[in-house]
Design a protein around this ligand. Structure first.
Ligand code: LHQ
Length: 268
């Protein structure tokens, strides 16, 4: 991971790639450059076998405030070149990120350090696991600017908290504090603000030491279950298990159990 970016920071430690959204002055608002750089960082993570877990977090007091509204404000002026092509904007700037987060065959953890609003919340929901600082919060801000939740939040949020709660959060756009997010299943863990970096490192290092291929295939099966019926899903599980069963990590796991020792997974 040797690329240099201006809106995201990247660092690799113990097989964990940490991507930090880095525009703290706007609460890490998502702009054109960030869309390109975040996509590039995720793409590099896909290709690098040494990376076995990805952490997405934010610099400063926020996780991500969603679309940079300053960047697009000119499009709302009376003398602008015309309105935004929202469909094209979502297809080209947002869908590729969500697709990468969901199809990356490695665990993705959102370390939600502060407020996650609009598409910033959607990115956190597209991760596999969410660990939040006690002072973090989620806001489905779309409704406050007359928009519909995007970046797959209509699917992910609903899967996480159920239809009724998702509808309430999307319609009212109220801020959900971390403790409430934990109670409704929106996050996996909440830790004191100052403990977030260490708790994230510990969780990510554990995930990176797990059998990465099996986790990647599990993620495929979980993704597919969003739309599959029971028969389809049983068949798909048989299909991915056939692959997982051929890995060195599967053999290592079985041998470690038989030999009564800790397994040493290689991600292969
Ligand atoms: C920001 C932003 C921001 C720029 C805070 N942009 N500067 C898809 C298709 C196409 C177009 C539209 O969008 C989308 C998808 C979406 O993501 S729609 C939703 C867009 N996001 C929002 O509507 C959230 C706007 N932000 C807020 O509601 C608040 O800032 C939150 C609740 C996130 C945090 O509130 P506070 O903690 O009170 O902070 P603040 O409002 O004072 O913000 C601090 C600074 O960050 C401030 O700048 P300033 O120069 O005054 O210090 C804000 O203007 C700036 N900022 N969000 N999205």
């Amino acid at each position: 991971m040797s690329q240099t970016f201006s809106t995201v920071l990247t660092g690799v430690e113990n097989g964990v790639l940490t991507i930090t959204l880095n525009r703290p002055e706007s609460l890490n608002a998502y702009n054109e450059t960030m869309s390109v750089e975040l996509a590039a960082a995720l793409k590099a993570a896909e290709r690098d076998d040494a990376i076995r877990c990805v952490v997405l977090t934010g610099a400063g007091r926020a996780f991500c405030s969603g679309q940079d509204l300053q960047e697009v404000r000119g499009r709302y002026a009376a003398d602008s070149q015309g309105p935004i092509d929202f469909g094209a904007h979502l297809r080209s700037k947002y869908a590729p990120i969500v697709t990468r987060l969901r199809t990356l065959e490695k665990p993705v953890v959102a370390a939600v350090n502060g407020v996650a609003a609009g598409a910033g919340a959607s990115f956190a929901f597209a991760a596999d696991l969410r660990i939040a600082a006690a002072g973090a919060s989620f806001v489905m801000a779309f409704v406050h600017v007359g928009l519909v939740p995007d970046s797959a939040a209509t699917v992910t949020l609903q899967r996480l908290v159920g239809f009724g709660k998702a509808a309430e959060l999307c319609f009212l756009g109220e801020k959900v504090p971390a403790d409430e997010a934990l109670r409704i299943g929106l996050v996996n863990r909440v830790v004191p603000d100052e403990a977030l970096p260490a708790a994230t490192r510990e969780l990510a290092a554990r995930l990176a030491a797990m059998p990465t291929r099996a986790i990647g295939l599990t993620k495929r099966a979980l993704n597919r279950a969003w739309t599959a019926d029971l028969g389809d899903q049983l068949e798909y599980e048989a299909f991915v298990q056939q692959t997982a069963g051929q890995t060195a990590d599967h053999r290592e796991g079985v041998m470690a159990f038989i030999e009564k020792r800790k397994p040493r997974f290689q991600g292969k």
